[in-house]
Write a protein that binds this ligand. Sequence first.
Ligand code: G3H
Ligand code: 13P
Ligand code: ZN
Length: 339
Amino acid sequence: MPLVTLRQLLDEAAKGGYGVGAFNVNNMEQIQAIMEAARETKSPVIVQASRGARAYSNDNFLYHLMLAANELYPEIPMVLHLDHGNSFDTCKSAIELGFTSVMMDGSLMADGKTPSTFEYNVDVTRRVVELAHSKGVTVEGEIGTLGGIEDGHGAGGTGLEHVTDPDQAVEFVEKTGLDALAIAIGTSHGAYKFTKKPDGSVLKMDLLIEIHKRLPTTHLVMHGSSSVPKDLQDIINKYGGKLKETWGVPVEEIQLGIKNGVRKINVDTDNRLAITGAIRKVFAETPEKFDPRDYNKPARAAMQKVVAQRMTQFGQAGHASDFQAKSLADYVEFYKNNK
Ligand code: G3H
Ligand code: 13P
Ligand code: ZN
């Protein structure tokens, strides 16, 4: 089937009351892991690429790998999404390349670190919405900023300094006309989110519930949603890694979010951990090996396992054949009629 828009997928998820994982990719093996997990669990998928991923793969390589996936898994509804677009131009280039959805992260300035003003965020997001919707492409925006700077997206600190203000969230949605809203509730990108299992003092699920009450029809997005499972940390450390003790976002908290308007859940770090653990294991146990396939295959399988598990836990499993893909042209009409 043709590529689908994020808007269609999230509208379907809202109807069905489930969440959809958005998994980051940088190379062929990660794309294959996601598609195999989707086939295994009969899930629709969101495949997302950051600016870093686009630079790493030189854009066209990654885009054509995604198209190959779409061709080889015709039964899987697939969204191509830009993760953390940092400017109008980055979003524009993703739209021109063929992405069906973009995130304009105007909560930070273009450096990906400095918190922006509300006015800046509204202005840049609204301009991206205008362009994207004229092409039928979906837009995710963000209000409030995540903590941490581990992977270059975040305002630093603990994640509690810039949590989302519900009044601003309402005004932001009204003024921008976006399709999906990322909110900040205390999470950070990367492995080091919390120093112990998070409770309500550091992971603000109450705030999420309040925002959902105020914006009941807006699709909410949770970033920094890796669970950083202990077993994946242990494999890395067992085979020579040096991860410090850390906690991520428990899956049950994400499931509570899904009951309260969360439709897109961003996961990257858990897959990075799974891949690295599998590769370290091969290197440690069979140091005589040097064919990259000998470690890339188990790495791909380890990522597939994590992704399939999340697809089941988020509820998207079994929903691949619920709907017919609509085209970008359909969404051009949709946005004209829903201004
Ligand atoms: O939010 C960030 C994602 O984990 C992607 O990270 O910019 O290192 O590709 P990246
Ligand atoms: P994690 O680092 O928790 O996997 O978050 C990924 C993310 O939010 C990508 O935008
Ligand atoms: Zn993110």
